[in-house]
Structures are given as structure tokens and as C-alpha cells.
Design a protein around this ligand. Structure first.
Ligand SMILES: [Zn+2]
Length: 409
């Protein structure tokens, strides 16, 4: 039908067209990040802020220091917002330990404000949904604050409001052990309340009243169902994966995912290796890590020096016994599964960077777009990806804000 020269013309025109309009996956990913408010709902960066040698306004190569988050790297990774977790580990529930945790959490929160004040041209503490969108327009990073572990609250209900006033917008009810609020998914002694305690119920109601997001990551299955039943607002899992893909008590079963969707909440996929893919328990690395964790558990209250020593040992372990980490593709399998079970509207991302999170091909926040590239490869639309990168989470956040506002009126 076509002559030889015509064919050649058509082929060259096609190539020319492609050159002009066929973008690479990298370019498409960058464009998606440019047009969406993107948020990571869980990183443990505040501990880095306590180290006076760490300057969050500077670009750090991951390979040199092992830190995962700073403001310039957030920009490079196309990340607009982030939740900095003020994390305190669970200790015996004595008045002294609770006071210590309270002071630690306050110190971490204060360090977030100090860093944002110092580098206010780069980032600002964000207190609500509108702040996030405003800061995105100003090309500044939006830094939200979460409290990981309700331990510092102790049994003082007024502490919940005190943390709200300090800018805390989600509270992870517990951490690796049970506390006065609820049972943990990983307490070696098992259940204590079979879910939420009586005090925990009060905490949930108070969080609903104030408009603080309830974070169900780390809590036991019974605690999860108690929260879902009691909370009048949708809840979040700030950093958890799908148990059907990686059988870990920290992850959510399909039944839990369905209950979460029914509640209108959101699960923020975590990229911590053990939650993404089951570890090889026979490896030397696994044994060393368990030893360190055990020692850390036994230490009880730590001084600043002891704390820094354990962090240094942890970092050294990563160097001496580098983990064979899962990949972005392994992580995105969780997103695929969650979407298969409950649809596109209930999933987001909460990496746990600086708290153990990181993948072979997404080791720090500067490499976040690799997740987007994988989503594109799997055929997710721009609209889907916007939802995953923040649309879903911000919907829940707004709803929690609005419900608290409405209750006040
Ligand atoms: Zn955690």
C-alpha cells in the first residue's frame, strides 16, 4: 500500500512524535509529584535532631551517614509533607518512667519546632490539612508531628490535650509492649486488657473530641477492633503492611483491612523490611539484631550517653551486617494486595525512615519516586497515584478535623 519512501516517512514521523511526547517513567513520576501534595506519615527523624552534628537543612548522602531524611532530600524525592514521630520506647509503667518519657517526647517535639524555626525558608511545622496545601504552594516542606506510643500520657487524660496543643496530630496508641491504653501486637507477655483498657477508651474519645488522628499501627488485633468500634472518626495505620503478603503481627489482616475501609480510614504502607518480607531467621545478621534488641529491651531507662551508644551500635550493625533488603517491587505488592481487598481509597505511604524503614532501591527519602515509577509500571493512573501519595490520607485527616470542629459547635 505504501511505497518504501512513504514507509520511511511514517516511521520517522512516529519517532519524531515519540521524541516530543513519550515521556520516560522518571519524567512522568516527577510530573505526578509536582502536581500532588505528597506525604509520608511516619519517620523517626526527630532523634537525629537531638544530635547537634546533624543539620537537617543540608543534603546528606545516605551511604555516608545512614540518615534517611533531611529537607533537601525531601525536595529531591518530591515529598511535600511528612510526619515526624516523637517516639518513646515502652518501659515499666512507673511514675518515674512515665515522667521520663514525657520529658523525652517534649524534647523531641521541641527539637522539631527548633529545626523548623531555624530553617524557616525550607520548612514549617504544619498543624492542619490547610497548612500542608499552603506550604506546598510556598515550596516549603510541611512538617507534621505524631506521638509514637501513648506511654508519655500515662494515665493522665489531660496529657492528650496538652500534646494536641503542642501540635501533635496523631497518637500511635502503643508501641512494642502493652501500655496503660491498650495491648500491643508484639508484647511477649500477650494480652493484658484484651484490647483497649478503660483508660484507653477515654483516650480514644478524647482524641475524637480534639481532632487527633488515632494511629492503630503497633496495637493488637483486639485493640484494633475495640478502636474501630468506639471511634466516631476514621482512623489511620500510620506505618503498617498487609499480613496476607508478609505474616507479621504488625501488619493488618484482610479482615482488619475491610474493617478499616468500612470505618473510612487509611493504611499507610510501611517499607520496613520485616513488615515487607519475612527475614531469614538463620542469617548471622538476624541473630546479631536479636541480641541487640534483647539488650536494648533489658536496659530500662537510658541516659543520653547510653541512648547514643545503642544508636551507634545499631548503625554499626547495618555496616557490618548489611541486610538483604526487599525491593520497591516487594513493597508495591502490598499496595496491590490492599487495593485488591478494599479498593484504591484506603491506602497511602508511611515509610518508617530513620526508624528502620528503607528498601534496596528506596533507601532514603530522595529515592521516593522509585515507588511512583513502580506504580506507573503496574498501570496505576495519575489519579490513583495521587490518592496513594496523600489524597487518601488527607481526606481522613480533613474528616477528623471537621468532626472535631462540628462537635465543638
Ligand atoms: Zn513504629
Amino acid at each position: 500500500m505504501f511505497g518504501k519512501s512513504n514507509k520511511l516517512l511514517i516511521v520517522s514521523m512516529f519517532l519524531l512524535f515519540c521524541f516530543a511526547s513519550c515521556k520516560t517513567q522518571e519524567e512522568k513520576a516527577a510530573e505526578i509529584h509536582n502536581h500532588a501534595f505528597t506525604i509520608d506519615t511516619h519517620v523517626d527523624t526527630p532523634y537525629q535532631l537531638l544530635n547537634k552534628d546533624f543539620n537537617i537543612s543540608e543534603y546528606h548522602a545516605y551511604k555516608r551517614g545512614g540518615s534517611c531524611v533531611d529537607f533537601p532530600r525531601m525536595k529531591k524525592g518530591g515529598l511535600d509533607g511528612i510526619f515526624f514521630a516523637a517516639f518513646t520506647s515502652q518501659r515499666d509503667r512507673t511514675a518515674e518512667n512515665i515522667q521520663f518519657a514525657r520529658e523525652k517526647a517534649d524534647e523531641l517535639i521541641d527539637s522539631i519546632y527548633a529545626a523548623c524555626d531555624k530553617y524557616s525558608e525550607l520548612a514549617e511545622v504544619a498543624l492542619n490539612v490547610a497548612d500542608g496545601y499552603r506550604l506546598e504552594k510556598e515550596a516549603k516542606r510541611a512538617i507534621y508531628i505524631g506521638l509514637e506510643n501513648g506511654f508519655p500520657i500515662g494515665t493522665e487524660i489531660s496529657e492528650v490535650e496538652r500534646y494536641f496543643k503542642k501540635g501533635v496530630r496523631y497518637i500511635t496508641l502503643c508501641h512494642t509492649s502493652n501500655n496503660d491504653i491498650c495491648d500491643s501486637s508484639t508484647d511477649s507477655h500477650g494480652a493484658e486488657f484484651d484490647g483497649l483498657s478503660k483508660f484507653g477508651e477515654e483516650v480514644v474519645k478524647e482524641m475524637n473530641r480534639l481532632g487527633i488522628l488515632i494511629d492503630v499501627s503497633h496495637i493488637s488485633d483486639s485493640s484494633f477492633y475495640d478502636v474501630i468500634k468506639l471511634s466516631t472518626s476514621p482512623v489511620i495505620a500510620s506505618h503498617s503492611c498487609a499480613r496476607a503478603i508478609c505474616d507479621n503481627p504488625r501488619n493488618l489482616s484482610d479482615e482488619m483491612l475491610k474493617a478499616l475501609a468500612e470505618n473510612g480510614g487509611v493504611i499507610q504502607m510501611c517499607i520496613l523490611d520485616d513488615y515487607v518480607k519475612a527475614p531469614d531467621k538463620n542469617s548471622e545478621r538476624y541473630k546479631k539484631e536479636m541480641e541487640l534488641r534483647e539488650r536494648y529491651r533489658k536496659m530500662g531507662k537510658m541516659t543520653k550517653e547510653e541512648e547514643q551508644k545503642i544508636w551507634a551500635e545499631w548503625k554499626q550493625l547495618q555496616i557490618d551486617y548489611p541486610k538483604d533488603k526487599p525491593t520497591v517491587a516487594d513493597a508495591v505488592d502490598h499496595i496491590d494486595h490492599i487495593i485488591k481487598v478494599i479498593g484504591i481509597d484506603y491506602v497511602g505511604i508511611g515509610t518508617d525512615f530513620d526508624g528502620g524503614g528503607g528498601l534496596k532501591d528506596c533507601a532514603d527519602v530522595s529515592q521516593m519516586m522509585n515507588i511512583t515509577i513502580e506504580l506507573l509500571k503496574r498501570g496505576y493512573s495519575r489519579e490513583d497515584i495521587h490518592k496513594i501519595w496523600g489524597g487518601n490520607f488527607m481526606r481522613v485527616f480533613k474528616q477528623v478535623e471537621d468532626l472535631a470542629e462540628k462537635a465543638k459547635a
